[in-house]
Design a protein around this ligand. Structure first.
Ligand code: ATP
Ligand code: MG
Length: 536
């Protein structure tokens, strides 16, 4: 088959609409035929405009996307759906939103020019082909360009795709009539190497054109989803939608791609051909040539197992923590009773040993509590109780637990509590954990002889609680990381070896859960100030 001009690849027998067609019916035409645009003609078949899916969602004040989607889904409309907005839309006709000055091409336009036109106007799709009297004799969609290679070269096999794309991109090779055979062969070999790499990748790879139509999937993708390339070729990747992915993820994806950026997410739940579901991590990047986006390449990884392992791991930790909690309490109580000499007098040496046991068991209890709380927060089981709280009382109460370490480290506590700070209504357990961790850090990361200042004040409808220390500070480069799970600054771990790096992670999660904000400022060798803001 010889392909030389627009007329050799155009679709004849064009479906068209008139400028008086209700927009509504025109939208149905687009949807039923899966067209991205339809020519608008007068009674003589002369082109007067074009209506694209793009026009439907961007032009005409009444047509806003969610309404349109609803409309397309419920066609034909039922009486009760006729809201004010829908009535307005129903009265619109094609003329109201169509583009009256569409790009057109003549039947004899050389194929090379057709390709150039699509490249130069990447928003345009499709292009009507008109004769000298401007009568529509055919239409070409961008997609037809890919299809010609389908026909002319290998059918949509994996290698076929690579060659299609290659031919499209390397217009000089494709359209120059005198291609040197060996030049072509070496270029083909080059592209074949890439095609092989993509094909043998263990990660699933999917490539779409700019209209989000699938042009290629690799064998790993086929194995993951249960579809073969031929079944999804030309379709939108939404065939995999499970309905369980938050629309925020798709919005984020769409916005990033619109800006020409890459997109990465691990929040997507897909449905396979057999109906089963899996969770994927997906990264999509635009593939450009001469600054124009030609394809989108998506690399997909099935992370269902990883998520399952994470869940099992968390469950294990929380189960273990539960089991440890009871014996630890028993150890704590009984050593306390022994220390108080309830079971008889003790020597100083015995008391010393018991005190050590007591201290260690308290440390372990705290750790177990931390694991339990993290488990609860991560699984969404951290129940909140709303109570009216006097923050000063909570702070005083927590402070009492640190009396010994404050004395040992000769750290001075300065309290600046304003009078008349109103009560806050929130969860006491959560606030306690926050105060306790901030205070514990301030003491832990301040050398002996330092000072910790606690401020409590109300201003402009907000209550501020701050903990300022004169300690080691957090290096600027690490400040972004302190709330990350298990993060501990390498600069302090030698001075303060004990710690899990879970404290601030827990603090952050609780803060989000109970609706308070936490900020901090810090300077190395000068100190750190954490501020908790409550709204009343
Ligand atoms: P844990 O609280 O689980 O015992 P941790 O104190 O190391 O361990 P976080 O409370 O999460 O963990 O703190 C994370 C890291 O942030 C600390 O290891 C430390 O490097 C830094 N950091 C936190 N608070 C301060 C502070 N007041 N001064 C200096 N560095 C701090
Ligand atoms: Mg800590």
């Amino acid at each position: 088959m010889k392909i030389a001009a627009a007329k050799d690849i155009m679709t004849t027998g064009v479906v068209s609409v008139s400028s008086e067609t209700p927009l509504f019916d025109a939208a149905k035409v687009l949807r039923d035929h899966d067209f991205s645009g339809v020519p608008v003609v007068d009674e003589k078949g002369v082109l007067v405009g074009i209506l694209t899916d793009y026009d439907l969602v961007t032009k005409g004040s009444a047509l806003h996307l969610p309404t349109l989607q609803k409309l397309l889904h419920t066609l034909p409309l039922h009486g009760e759906e006729d809201t004010q907005e829908l009535k307005k839309i129903k009265s619109l006709v094609v003329r109201d939103v169509m583009n009256t000055d569409p790009l057109t091409l003549a039947p004899d336009t050389a194929l090379q020019e057709v390709v150039e036109t699509f490249r130069a106007h990447h928003r345009v799709n499709p292009i009507p082909i008109v004769d000298t009297a401007r009568r529509v004799v055919g239409i070409i969609a961008r997609y037809d360009l890919i299809k010609i290679f389908d026909k002319a070269l290998l059918r949509s096999s994996a290698e076929g795709w690579a060659e299609d794309a290659f031919e499209l991109l390397q217009k000089d090779y494709v359209f120059a009539s005198n291609i040197a055979e060996e030049k072509m062969a070496s270029a083909m070999q080059y592209i074949q190497t890439f095609a092989d790499a993509v094909k043998s990748s263990a990660d699933a790879i999917l490539i779409t054109d700019v209209d989000a139509k699938i042009v290629y999937v690799n064998p790993a993708w086929e194995r993951l989803n249960g579809y073969i390339l031929q079944e999804v070729y030309g379709k939108n990747p939404s065939v995999l939608k499970s309905g369980k992915t938050s629309s925020d993820v798709y919005r984020g994806m769409w916005e990033a791609l619109q800006r020409g950026e890459s997109f990465v997410s691990d929040e997507v739940v897909n449905r396979r051909k057999d109906g089963t579901e899996y969770r994927e991590e997906i990264s999509i990047s635009p593939m450009r040539r001469d600054g124009v986006i030609l394809f989108y390449v998506a690399v997909i990884r099935d992370i269902t197992k990883r998520k399952e392992v994470d869940r099992a791991k968390n469950e294990f930790i929380s189960l273990t923590a539960h089991q440890l909690s009871t014996p630890l309490t028993v150890i704590g109580w009984n050593t306390d009773a022994l220390l108080r000499e309830r079971m008889g007098a003790l020597t100083e040496e015995q008391k010393g040993y018991l005190a050590q046991i007591y201290e260690s068991s308290k440390g372990m209890e705290e750790l177990v509590d931390m694991f339990l709380n993290i488990g609860r927060l991560e699984s969404g089981n951290f129940a909140l109780r709303r109570e009216s709280l006097q923050l000063a009382d909570i702070v005083e109460n927590v402070l009492r637990n640190y009396a010994i370490s404050l004395k040992q480290k000769r750290i001075e506590i300065v309290k600046q509590f304003s009078q008349g700070v109103p009560l806050v209504v929130t969860d006491a357990r959560g606030v306690r954990i926050i105060v306790q961790n901030l205070l514990s850090n301030a003491i832990k990361y301040t050398p002996a002889g330092g000072r910790v200042t606690l401020v409590l004040k109300a201003e402009e409808g907000k209550i501020y609680f701050s903990v300022a220390d004169t300690g080691y500070g957090i290096p600027a480069a690490e400040q972004k990381q302190v709330f990350i799970k298990f993060f501990r600054s390498p600069s302090v771990t030698t001075m303060v070896p004990e710690g899990t790096g879970l404290g601030l992670y827990l603090v952050k999660m609780i803060a989000e859960r109970i609706g308070v904000t936490i900020h901090f400022t810090s300077k190395e060798q000068e100190g750190t100030t954490f501020v908790v803001t409550f709204s009343v």
